[in-house]
Design a binder for this molecule. Structure first.
Ligand code: NAD
Ligand code: LMR
Length: 329
């Protein structure tokens, strides 16, 4: 079998980090051939074409074909998986929401081009920021494609949260499970450890032995560290995360296609779960079953967690109003 994968912004930083991992089989495994479509704007086309030449030089056995284009109809033609990365990154001192006006306009036309050209079962992952609201715009513009086939990347936040927890506990990151992200991929996000386990035991009990006052540690250390990690990376390296973002994108899409054995996090369309207004693309604890994201339902949410989720969801509502005012929705 061959899967056709379209990567927008393929000439950019994350695109470059993604392409070679996909061609090497990290996304769909060692038996699935891939056909890559690199979609760029004219200014980025040279970089995408250069990456295509390098992909050829990689002699990847799984890579059946690669094509760079600035025509969305060609770029999304027959595409099974679309990774919408192409968008401006933020700089120091900006919030991701500040990118709405600059980037929002990209996702309506791409949603329409996906509806017109992609394969019937296309699944779309939005990475470009502000990812949740860009996914909302793309989904709303893709007539005939169910909104459930669009998701926004919050796996990077979850990976950060699991890594911070593991480091604090002095445990391997692979032993830390169930640390979902709720809400927006922004500084209001809520990384939730209330159901987390470490080596199969409740994380909060292990944490109490190390940090003492767990609620204070969550408020003052853990949540701000995870929620503002993107800004920390920008400050330290001078530009936004690249390889970790590409790696999280691979994790997200691989889990969506191949399935999960436990919870993960993704920005998916709400049908009213946990009181999140219908239609918003919000991050939830999810599983992937038979190629579909399923929100993990029935979790106990205490008042403190409720307030955190509500604050992030309120920001998503504001972003939806802002893009409506801009005529993008
Ligand atoms: P970059 O500037 O290196 O690359 C962006 C590329 O997108 C450029 O090559 C540009 O030409 C291209 N592009 C712009 N408009 C396009 C369009 N309409 N169609 C196709 N391509 C287009 O940026 P980057 O570091 O690769 O980051 C890309 C985006 O990903 C940014 O918005 C960044 O904030 C976001 N991001 C999201 C996460 C997340 O966790 N959701 C993590 C990291 C970065
Ligand atoms: C990240 O979380 O690293 C990205 O969304 C880039 C950013 O602007 O923080």
């Amino acid at each position: 079998m061959t899967t056709t994968i379209t990567i927008t912004g393929a000439g950019g930083q994350i695109g470059y980090a993604l392409l070679f991992r996909i061609a090497a089989g990290d996304l769909l495994g060692p038996d699935e051939k891939v056909r890559l479509r690199l979609l760029e704007i004219p200014q980025g086309l040279g970089a995408a074409e250069g990456a295509a030449l390098e992909l050829q030089d990689g002699a990847f056995g799984l890579l059946e074909d690669v094509e760079a284009t600035d025509d969305a109809a060609v770029g999304f033609d027959g595409c099974d998986l679309a990774l919408l990365v192409g968008a401006r990154p933020r700089g120091p001192g900006m919030e991701r929401g500040d990118l709405l006006a600059a980037n929002g306009g990209i996702f309506g036309p791409q949603g329409r081009a996906i509806a017109e050209n992609a394969a019937a079962g296309v699944r779309v992952t939005v990475v470009g920021n502000p990812a949740n609201t860009n996914a909302l715009i793309a989904a709303a513009s893709a007539e005939g494609v169910p909104a459930e086939r669009f998701s926004a990347l919050t796996r990077l936040d979850e990976n950060r949260a699991r890594a911070q927890l593991a480091q604090t506990l002095g445990m391997p990151v692979g032993t830390v499970r169930r640390v979902p992200i709720w809400g927006n991929h922004s500084a209001t996000q809520f990384p939730d450890i209330s159901h987390a386990t470490v080596a199969g035991l409740p994380a909060s009990e292990a944490l109490a032995k190390i940090v003492g006052d767990v609620p204070a540690w969550l408020e003052q250390t853990f949540i701000p560290r995870v929620a503002k990690r993107g800004a920390e990376i920008i400050q330290v390296r001078g530009s936004s995360s690249v390889a970790s973002a590409a790696s999280a994108t691979i994790d997200h899409v691989r889990d969506w296609v191949l399935g999960t054995d436990d919870w993960t996090s993704a920005g998916v369309v709400s049908h009213g779960e946990y009181g999140v207004p219908e239609g918003l693309i919000s991050s939830f604890p999810v599983r992937s079953v038979e190629g579909r994201w399923r929100i993990v339902e029935g979790l106990d949410i205490d008042d403190w967690a409720r307030a955190r989720i509500d604050a992030s969801v309120a920001e998503l509502v504001e972003e939806r109003e802002a893009v409506r005012a801009l005529g993008l929705l």
